[in-house]
Design a protein around this ligand. Structure first.
Ligand code: F3S
Length: 284
């Protein structure tokens, strides 16, 4: 049995920065102000539980905050309106919006002000997409699949951005359709899929070809982890396994394979990846 870890996996730059800042804030909080995270800081329940143990309370919306305190804006970002309201309500804002998400918010704001229609390729229910739309007055058209391209008007200049964790092939397919629909007007397409996503998706694609089975480690609600699972399944439809923790590995099922590949979403902490690799190595 051989276990191979993907070339790129686990915490990305934006998530690591957000986690470090949150734990640092706990350390600096000598006056013991309440610390709130507006939504779970990342889509990984184990990390969120650790933060909760250190005193970071997750709230779903600002109305839940009754006592003034420090408010953490997570890496997915929030809308302009919520950001403004949080600033009024907080003693201090800890803005951990990933710079790559921040860039998309700036692009849509600027182009919306200049009169462009905005199209956001992504999942309409994902907090990053909801937040981005809130920087163009919630007037963006959310393009999740081919059918959605038909809602794009053909007679207005258009600015297209993409959720940072979008699957690359779907992005290419959708932008091709958009280009052929809006032929006679200006279109600005910004490929805002972040490099961490691209690296992890490319790495899982090539590793899945080399192994007998793939283990994808990460939160069940993590968008980028779900994309890694989907990409792996193209190569390994019956032997791709998604787990959140090492304890979930089914060793009886896995011991029949000779080569196992491991990858992890951008919100999966190193200690969980290490535990998974260690447990798999115990099969040797
Ligand atoms: Fe940022 Fe990309 Fe990670 S957008 S939070 S570096 S997945």
């Amino acid at each position: 049995m051989k276990v191979i870890l993907a070339e790129y996996s686990g915490f990305c730059f934006g998530v690591k920065k957000a986690i470090d800042r949150a734990f640092n804030e706990v350390k600096l909080n000598k006056e013991e102000q309440p610390i709130y995270s507006l939504g779970p800081l990342i889509h990984n329940p184990q990390v969120v539980a650790k933060l909760a143990e250190s005193g970071v309370k997750v709230v779903d919306n600002l109305d839940e905050i009754k006592e003034k305190g420090n408010i953490i804006i997570r890496s997915h970002g929030v809308s302009e309106e919520i950001y403004g309201a949080a600033k009024k309500k907080a003693s201090k804002i800890i803005n951990t919006t990933c710079p790559f998400v921040r860039r998309i918010q700036d692009i849509v704001k600027e182009h919306h002000q200049k009169g462009y229609k905005i199209a956001i390729i992504g999942n309409p229910n994902h907090p990053e997409v909801i937040g981005i739309n809130g920087w163009c007055n919630n007037e963006g058209m959310i393009i999740k699949e081919k059918e959605d391209v038909e809602k794009i008007p053909i007679d207005s200049p258009l600015c297209v951005v993409v959720q940072t964790t979008m699957a690359i092939p779907l992005y290419h397919e959708l932008t091709q359709l958009i280009n052929s629909r809006v032929k006679d007007k200006e279109i600005k397409i910004y490929n805002t899929i972040c490099h961490a996503t691209q690296e992890r998706q490319n790495a899982v694609k090539s590793l899945a070809k080399e192994v007998d089975a793939m283990i994808v480690v990460g939160g069940y609600h993590s968008s980028n982890t779900q994309k890694l699972v989907a990409i792996s399944k193209v190569e390994r439809p019956d032997t791709t396994f998604h787990v959140e923790t090492a304890e979930e590995l089914d060793l009886d099922q896995l011991k029949k394979f000779e080569i196992l590949g491991v990858t992890a979403g951008a919100s999966t902490p190193p200690w969980i990846i290490d535990a998974v690799v260690k447990r798999l190595n115990s099969l040797e």
